[in-house]
Design a protein around this ligand. Structure first.
Ligand code: PMV
Length: 344
């Protein structure tokens, strides 16, 4: 086979119920549920050719520059890919990647980047007639992506996704994420996610260190049970189109995640004073306006506003009128539920 190229664009996603705590090989301790974003994507091209002895296995550049700091994660993904699909070892690779969103803004680039590269590698495995690891292509790409970064397993789909075994969700499992869009009320399929940037400093707690902290957290067992219960409740709200119930559940979950971090050893407080100020503003605005505007937060200080997309102009006015003083350089990013990866 001569040199060839495969390209994919894959979205980041925002978890409404978070994956926080894992076993070996990214086996999650509870199921997580997310939606994929539309504008925040990683575009990756994988060029491959038969490997000449002694040649490096891969060469990676991010936004036109060789980026050594990404190598360990990519190397790990390739190791997993070689175990699953041994024929991939016979090639050398050039990977070119770029993000459509800025770094350290509360948008998970590991999810989109690992998903994009996994889609490329799974395509190549399929083209080489390797038996795929799951019974269809997207599930197989999710399987590989999850080995690279747990949340990336959810980024191979559009709309809503669930990853992790949950007794009430048919087909759910720990090995790959599944598409749950058939269980979502049409009105909840168009949600906005506007990210209010409180700080763009690099995260003070990496997600891999965060997952490890759950091994010793005294509330861990309760948390894992609680997350699965929240999923049951959330699936009900998603099915019936109950935005208020959904919104209150996502806030409970986000604050619960941060409470867990505060109760870890050593304790971590990832929220900043301005994150708390924004939470207060959102809750006051909701009370006053009676509009369904809610928040979620990942493992960092930035706030994701979640709302029916039809409210975007009102959310914009709320940010302009009340939130700007609390944002880093007045910075925020509008995004929304997206349709998932595309082949480039
Ligand atoms: O995929 P990881 O290992 O980076 O963990 C993701 C952790 C959270 O973003 C906090 C939650 C989630 O489910 O996306």
């Amino acid at each position: 086979m001569s040199a060839s190229r495969i390209g994919f664009s894959a979205p980041s996603n925002i978890a409404l119920i978070k994956y926080w705590g894992k076993g070996l090989d990214q086996t999650p301790k509870n199921a997580s549920l997310s939606f994929s974003l539309k504008n925040s994507v990683t575009k990756t091209y994988l060029d491959y050719q038969e490997k000449i002895k002694g040649e490096p296995q891969f060469n990676f550049s991010f936004e036109g520059k060789s980026e050594r700091s990404f190598h360990p994660k990519i190397e790990k993904l390739f190791q997993y890919a070689f175990e699953l699909y041994p024929h991939l070892k016979g090639y050398s690779y050039k990977i070119e990647s770029e993000n459509t969103f800025p770094h350290s803004t509360g948008i998970a680039s590991s999810a989109s980047s690992m998903a994009a590269l996994s889609l490329c590698l799974t395509t190549l495995a399929k083209n080489l007639n390797e038996p795929l690891v799951a019974d269809h292509f997207t599930a197989s790409a999710s399987y590989l992506a999850r080995l690279g970064s747990g949340s990336a397993g959810r980024s191979v789909y559009g709309g809503f996704t669930l990853w992790g075994t949950h007794e009430q969700v048919a087909g759910s499992n720990n090995k790959y994420a599944i598409d749950i869009n058939a269980s979502i009320h049409p009105e909840l399929k168009k949600l906005g996610d506007t990210i209010l940037i409180v700080s763009s400093e690099a995260k003070s707690l990496s997600s891999s260190d965060g997952h490890k902290l759950m091994n010793e957290n005294p509330y861990a067992v309760t948390r894992f049970l609680q997350a699965n219960l929240l999923i049951s409740e959330m699936m009900g709200a998603l099915k019936s189109g109950d935005m208020e119930k959904l919104g209150l559940l996502i806030e409970k979950e986000a604050l619960g995640l941060h409470a867990l971090m505060m109760l870890s050893q050593p304790p971590h407080i990832l929220l900043k004073p301005n994150s708390l100020k924004l939470i207060e503003l959102i809750q006051t605005f909701r009370r006053e306006s009676k509009l369904p505007l809610y928040f979620t937060i990942d493992a960092g200080p930035n706030i994701h506003l979640i709302y029916p997309l039809g409210l975007k102009a009102k959310v914009e006015a709320f940010i302009q009128e009340r939130c700007l003083p609390y944002l880093e350089k007045g910075f925020y990013i509008h995004d929304e539920i997206g349709e998932g990866p595309t082949c480039l």
